[in-house]
Design a protein around this ligand. Sequence first.
Ligand SMILES: *Cc1c(COP(=O)(O)O)cnc(C)c1O
Length: 270
Amino acid sequence: MAGKNEISSAIKVVREKIEAATKRRPDNFPGIEPTLVAVSKTKPVDMIIEAYSCGIRHFGENYANELLEKAQDSQVLENCKDIRWHYIGQFQTKNIRKLLGLQNLHMIETLQSEKNATFLNSTWERLTKPGKLQVMVQVNTSGEDNKNGCPPENASDLVKFVLEKCPHLQFCGLMTIGAYGYDTSKGPNPDFLRLVSCKELVVSNLGLDSSQMGLSMGMSTDYEHAIELGSTNVRVGSIIFGAREPPKKNVLPVSTVENQVVQGTFKRLQ
Ligand SMILES: *Cc1c(COP(=O)(O)O)cnc(C)c1O
């Protein structure tokens, strides 16, 4: 687990690399400066507080209940008054409803359908909070069934819907996760290229200002590359906070173990 000094030196390195990658962008790049979103999922709140003390303000979580807990943690509330939470997880109405009440929720990055947009718009309206709810539209650039997001060809219609039919939402750009483990020595990541062309299409179809439209792409292994291609929002987790525990898939749920013990089939205990 990354200690205090490791977190602060990792952040320093990431910031330097972000700055350098930003300079490598084409000269005429219309652009918003990249925001570093530190992805703190599965990591304890003291690490969040440490990263905050190093100047990080944007944090990303992709489990709604975990975000809910961390955002309301008394230490976090006391030490991180200006924290801005990004929800980057799966869009589940039931869970997201709870998030919208959080005072420091900054953005929902994973809106993927008109239904999602309608839900967010009406829920936000009822909460009567100041300002609009900032959202990004998630696009499934890799076309994988297990990835969320709207198909790239539907992005213009969905963005149009948000802009025209959702007065309580502020559209901030497009987001992708993309295929994992792409080898960048093979050239630019096709997911990033697809998100960029998706943006260009949306901009031209709807007559938008390209410099106002963000792109959320790039994680620990490829954020520099993503910035060179136009990312304005990189979601970086493990290189700041250390590797995460793999999900415990092979551990039997307690109830199963108990049943086996009861039935006398749990070999090790016999
Ligand atoms: C976990 C996660 C990240 C961060 O991944 P790292 O490889 O740890 O940088 C970024 N985006 C999403 C949507 C994630 O779930």
